[in-house]
Design a protein around this ligand. Structure first.
Ligand code: ZN
Length: 172
């Protein structure tokens, strides 16, 4: 197991579009293990491979209080989305910054599991928000992209001035 380094905004590597996984092999399973270890240690509730500079379509999440409901999705695709919810989001790649983002609150996702088998799952509330946030990472997108230009300019200035180390609350 290895704890991986998380890229921080505005690192241009966070803008890379991840490639689909062709075969779920031991290398991918090790990536999933390492992503979980890195996410739990951060601590965060979700992590995409893009954030650790591995550009494959893999993400992990665990939004439970007890940290005992791990979800690993390989090649995730949202097949339907409904409703609308505004959530205060944070991101392990944008330490110490939180803002409100509006997204669908119920989604249906198709993905492969760590055995390479296709499955579908429905997610709602925080898990739905988290999965959408992580899929955005795989597409090179960050939650701050949903904010106004003014807010993003301020954030870029702050990011270049300070490197905040302290882990925050529910970071994705
Ligand atoms: Zn994030």
């Amino acid at each position: 197991m290895a704890r991986l380094t998380i890229l921080e905004y505005p690192d241009p590597r966070l803008r890379t579009r991840a490639e689909p996984v062709e075969t779920v092999n031991d290398e991918i399973r090790q990536l999933v293990v390492d992503l979980f270890e890195t996410m739990y240690a951060a601590p965060g509730i979700g992590l995409a491979a893009t954030q650790v500079n591995v550009h494959r379509r893999v993400l992990v999440a665990d939004v439970s209080e007890e940290k005992n409901q791990p979800v690993a999705l390989i090649n995730p695709e949202i097949i339907s989305a409904e409703g609308c919810e505004i959530t205060e989001e944070g991101c392990l790649s944008v330490p110490g910054y939180y803002d409100r983002v509006e997204r669908p609150d119920t989604i249906r996702v198709r993905a492969l599991n760590v055995d390479g088998e296709a499955f579908e799952m429905e997610a709602e509330g925080l898990l739905a928000v988290c999965i959408q946030h992580e899929i955005d990472h795989l597409d090179g997108k960050l939650f701050v992209d949903y904010l106004s230009e003014l807010k993003r300019t301020r954030l870029r200035k702050r990011a270049s001035k300070t490197r905040r180390q302290e882990p925050a609350g529910a970071a994705l």
